[in-house]
Design a binder for this molecule. Structure first.
Ligand code: GLV
Ligand code: MG
Length: 338
């Protein structure tokens, strides 16, 4: 049987040995569709040509009386199509729901050879991943599968955030973690009602000018998700798995969506969810490094030779640490071009 490690790219020559290795496949957008919706399921093969990951969603946003239809719809879509290099993922129902056991049994038995990753919502701690891990091992053995399914956790409960390091390292099946801002906001008793994105009331105000406390003050809206995304990125990097921003629910607001995705990209995330075709291009643009950034990175790498010492380029000092940052950008560009 192949090990989950077989899905990961070989180490770069001379790179320090990480705990795990980076998956070779791009996953800039995880595109959600509802397999219980026949119109959406019919469009899945065409959408699959435009995305890195197609995900059949069985959890939230699928009505309780459509859970079986969604499961069966996903089985049908997977059996009837070959998505080529596009990965096929699913989001199963949460572990405290009456549907998840049948989700896992049906999907692994029927289409376990077609699925790449199982996204598990509302993960609270390592124990949830251990449960899924053991169950998958039993179902894979019974179905005679050769390729182990990977697991992706959604970070969307306060205890999940508190336990994010142990979740990231809970199993060699762990592929990545996504922020789930909507459920997380509810779990934390935050006062938002949106799916992802910001809140105009969460701001900082500059100091007053002079004695009049109302004069000359400017406000700046803050990123509600900065702390959680940064924590998630550290936990993922520590365990060699991939961090993602999750959903952005205001489909019309493409500007805020791009800003939110870009903040996550700059902090280390490799992708985000797309809930509507308009978000596919936003994710592709944001999570692919800009050509001018790649050109600059290659210039620094070339100038730094063996990567040690210091050089001045265009008035900016570069050294061993900055060349490492440049390699991150250049290697991402190479991986996406491969
Ligand atoms: C995603 O599942 C979320 O709750 O934001
Ligand atoms: Mg959720």
């Amino acid at each position: 049987m192949r090990s989950p490690k077989d899905f990961f790219a070989p180490l770069a020559v001379g790179a320090p040995e990480p705990v795990r290795q980076i998956p070779a496949l791009p996953s800039r957008m995880i595109h959600f569709f509802d397999p219980s919706n026949e119109k959406m399921a019919a469009k899945a093969p065409d959408i699959a040509k435009k995305v890195d990951v197609l995900l059949g969603n069985l959890e939230d946003a699928v009505k309780a009386d459509r859970k079986e239809a969604a499961r069966e719809g996903l089985v049908r879509v997977a059996k009837e199509n070959d998505f080529g290099s596009t990965q096929l993922w699913t989001r199963v129902n949460s572990l405290d729901s009456p549907w998840v056991l049948d989700d896992l049994i049906t999907l692994v038995t029927e289409i376990g050879d077609k699925l790449d990753v199982i996204m598990v919502p509302k993960v609270e701690g390592a124990q949830d991943i251990h449960y899924v891990d053991r169950l998958l091992a039993q179902l894979e053995a019974r179905a005679g599968l050769e390729k182990p399914l990977l697991v992706h956790a959604i970070l969307e409960t306060a205890s999940g955030v508190a336990n994010v390091e142990e979740i990231a390292g809970a199993s060699p099946r762990m592929q990545g973690i996504s922020l789930g801002p909507a459920d997380l906001a509810a779990s934390r008793r935050m006062k938002t009602t949106r799916v992802g994105g910001g809140h105009p009331g969460y701001l900082v105000r500059t100091d007053p000018v002079g004695d009049d406390l109302t004069e000359g003050r400017t406000t700046y809206q803050q990123d509600l998700w900065h702390y959680t995304v940064a924590r998630m990125v550290d936990a993922c990097v520590m365990h060699g798995i991939l961090p993602y921003y999750g959903p952005f629910g205001d489909i019309r607001d493409v500007v805020a969506c791009e800003d939110q995705f870009r903040n996550a990209f700059l902090l280390g995330c490799v992708g985000a969810w797309s809930l509507h075709p308009v978000q596919i291009d936003i994710a592709k643009k944001v999570f692919s490094p800009a050509p001018e950034d790649v050109a600059w990175a290659r210039k620094v790498i070339a100038a730094m030779g063996d990567g040690t010492g210091a050089v001045m380029i265009d008035g900016k000092m570069q050294d061993d640490a900055s060349v490492k940052q440049c390699r991150v950008v250049a290697e991402l560009a190479d991986a996406l071009a491969a």
